[in-house]
Write a protein that binds this ligand. Sequence first.
Ligand code: FAI
Length: 534
Amino acid sequence: MPSPTTDAPNAPESPVRIRRALLSVYDKDGVVPLAKALHTHGAELVSTGGTAQALRDADLPVTDVTDVTGAPEMLDGRVKTLHPAIHAGLLARRDEASDLDELKAQGIAPIDLVVGSLYPFQQARHRSDLSPKELLEYIDIGGPTMLRAAAKNYHHVGVVSNTDQYEEVVQALNDHDGALPLPLRRTLAGRAFAATASYDTAIANYLGSVDSDADDALPSPYIAVEGKAQDLRYGENPHQRAALYGTPFSFVKPLHGKALSYNNMIDVHAALALIDEFRDDGPTCAILKHTNPTGVATADTLLHAYERAFATDTKSPFGGIVIVNQALDRATAEAINSIYTEVIIAPEYEEGVLDLLKEKKKRRLLRQTGSLREDPRHQVRSVAGGLLVQDRNPVSAPLNESRAAWSVVTDAEPTAAMWGDMHFAWRVVKHVKSNAILYVRDGRTLGIGAGQMSRVDASELAVRKAAEEDLSLDGAVVASDAFFPFADGLEAAAEHGITGAIQPGGSIRDDEVIAAANAHDIAMVCTGTRHFCH
Ligand SMILES: NC(=O)c1ncn([C@@H]2O[C@H](COP(=O)(O)O)[C@@H](O)[C@H]2O)c1NC=O
């Protein structure tokens, strides 16, 4: 390996004329027009079996790769382009006399452009009709090798790694009299390496997942190459650049309004995660602002659920996000429409509802098309110098299963209604930024204390917000995302008439907290699971 230099010496800055192009594509869509453009500009076309056939069918003259290599395609296509006649032709530096001499001595002609599309391993991976052995045959070896060779030698060679680049390349050939300019070659080279990196990641993740067990489920190293879904206008603030990667639109389909912003995407994710908890419940509505719920309720109708969720906090929902767990009907839509709601998400919209909601031009209307329950990806966040990767906090179990895992730690037992409220509160509090305290009665939130640095402050905030809305906490249950470190938090809640509490437990002062609950005849359940949300 030569010592590193910042750039190749005597790199040709001028466009590279394409005299000879190697086309070897799995996806034959659009390859004929590209090949025609190359042919028109005088390039010789070299191709592997299926691609050569497609070009011949379009009456284009083609040289078979086997005529270039002097060897047959072998091992059921495992070896086709893997040959010095191809790779020396791609990798020779046209400004190094010794490279050109070697080519001449071996009778090898340079190749100026590679057009490739790889065997579709990513799609094949999800096919249940393929055995692991059959799936191996979808791992393309020759294709990535070709793309990487051409990309490395971008000073002299062009590389096209996806059908969506054809138009741009044809345009450049037309504009430069059959040549490709250096900036485009460099861009295409970067895309080719991105394509092979993403391809290899899919293979590595597949092979890594075959034998992974619960103790070793996170791969080392963690590789997640996601394609760009779209550029965003800006990030968290207008001076920050941002883009969206991955497949977010397999979970929500935009139906109306401006493109989702960076902050919208974060809020949408929080809303999807919350409503997932209520997928199997009756009509449920959650209103969120800056990822925190301002109110959540389940009721006999969606309208009542919305009204009860809104009543928790009638100040904050303006410009917020509303998500529902069933088809959005007209009455509920009219109620939502009576204030400015920026984002609305529903699995379906009843007839006429979309027209009504579309009257507000800037509003974003989304259809929920997938559940986060089905997303196998880990949760990833960036930190200084790296990434934090964790399992998602799973969706809560139904009440009967949850009850079996939870313990009643007080003399008082929860009533059936309290069990329902505790289960409801526990599913909401895990989606409230820590420290989180939540009051619930009859399947609706009454007061939410979110994102406080002290649990006592969170508690006081929840109480204050309920009081501001004239909502009594009498007979409510309180939920805390982490244990009560002291009895004071619970005692303060008891003063407002709560009859139940749900929390993880596990404080060294649990005895004091339980004693306080017993003193106030509060039924307390410890879940053994903490739900910090940072
Ligand atoms: N083995 C090789 O030398 C080789 N060279 C190119 N390929 C792939 O063969 C495909 C094209 O084959 P065909 O033109 O026969 O349809 C492309 O997806 C290309 O990436 C190869 N196949 C697999 O590795």
